[in-house]
Design a protein around this ligand. Structure first.
Ligand code: DC
Length: 221
């Protein structure tokens, strides 16, 4: 049993992964790694470079020129690309949100991020965290299949659309899920053996308490 605990949380768009992960990171002193923000940061860079989603050679060449680093802000890992952290307003904007699933389906983009994502465990250890909570679509299946805990969050589509609307964000939740679940490489799916949590009728606090009860067995509060 490792002393640095790895928690994988997968789920569709607006399934509550980010809020849950952030609160778990606070409760247990974990590094919070939002891998969706990494795909968004890369998408922002590719769009800035004028690369189109259907130009796979262009994407491959552009991605090869990106140098990734990590900046820790509070308990969150922010991706640095060629020395710059793309601002939240840019990576959460409508243009990046509409393009990200298309870039994320390209195997070369995923391959470029694989080692970087696994390397976040070293970042977390070096910075003195007790573990990391990593959220995404393929964390429990591809990035950390041997994670100490693997959870899969979901909620009814109407509930998820409502959550995004409340945040004032423009996001075609169902369409992104369709693209993310149908791609060939590392599709969105519940990893075998992961604990399934349906958050449709649960408050955020109830979800966090539910996951915390499992985690606290390994990491006493
Ligand atoms: O978590 P998010 O909605 O911010 O993620 C944005 C997109 O990034 C998502 O639609 C698909 C992609 N993504 C992915 O393919 N694999 C991950 N592990 C995380 C995100």
């Amino acid at each position: 049993m490792s002393t640095f605990v790895i928690i994988a949380i997968d789920g569709g768009a607006a399934s509550g992964k980010s809020s849950t992960s952030r609160l778990l990171a606070e409760r247990f002193n974990l590094l919070h790694v939002d891998t969706g923000s990494f795909y968004r940061a890369v998408t922002a860079e590719l769009l800035r470079a004028g690369v189109k989603t259907d130009d796979v050679d262009g994407v491959r060449a552009a991605v090869a020129g990106l140098k990734f680093g990590t900046r820790i802000e509070g308990r969150s890992a922010r991706m640095e690309i060629n020395g710059r952290v793309p601002p939240e307003a840019e990576i959460r904007g409508a243009e990046v949100t509409a393009a990200v699933s298309h870039f994320a389906a390209i195997p070369e983009v995923r391959a470029a991020l694989l080692a970087y994502q696994r390397g976040q465990a070293d970042v977390g250890r070096e910075k003195g965290f007790r573990g990391l909570v990593m959220e995404g679509r393929d964390i429990g299946s591809v990035i950390f299949p041997d994670a100490d805990f693997r959870f899969f969050l979901h909620a009814d589509p109407e509930e998820r659309a409502k959550r995004r609307a409340l945040e004032g964000r423009q996001d075609a939740v169902a369409e992104r899920d369709r693209l993310d679940a149908s791609r060939k490489t590392a599709p969105l799916a519940r990893p075998e053996g992961a604990t399934d949590i349906d958050s449709t009728h649960l408050t955020l606090e109830q979800v966090v308490d539910r996951l915390s009860a499992d985690i606290a067995v390994r990491l006493p509060l």
